[in-house]
Write a protein that binds this ligand. Sequence first.
Ligand SMILES: [Zn+2]
Length: 119
Amino acid sequence: MSAHTPGVWTAHPLRLVDKQEMKEYVARCIDAGDGNFWGVICQKPDGPADVCHTGNGSDSAANARLIALAPEMAVIAPEMAVMLADYVLLHDEAIGSECECMHCVGARAILEKLEADHE
Ligand SMILES: [Zn+2]
């Protein structure tokens, strides 16, 4: 089993993408390879499903699984953010300055991304 594509992942509106080019791109992805075209499908109770195509590459299945986890991760993200902030604060207080251990550096990066997503 391959791993998902490493980050940094960012979300973007696709309104600047030419619709015809996007249609052709997706069609080429579907037609290419051995038929293992991956995506995430969310059937909405009030209408058609949302579909997120993840492609046909070696990491496409893992990317689909990662995206499928997003709703559960979004639910726990606020609580995790509080825990991360507390963790960093404890480390900072313990050494009397901004802790630069890999855990605190990673936690700060996550917290900054969460804050940016809510702006
Ligand atoms: Zn630390």
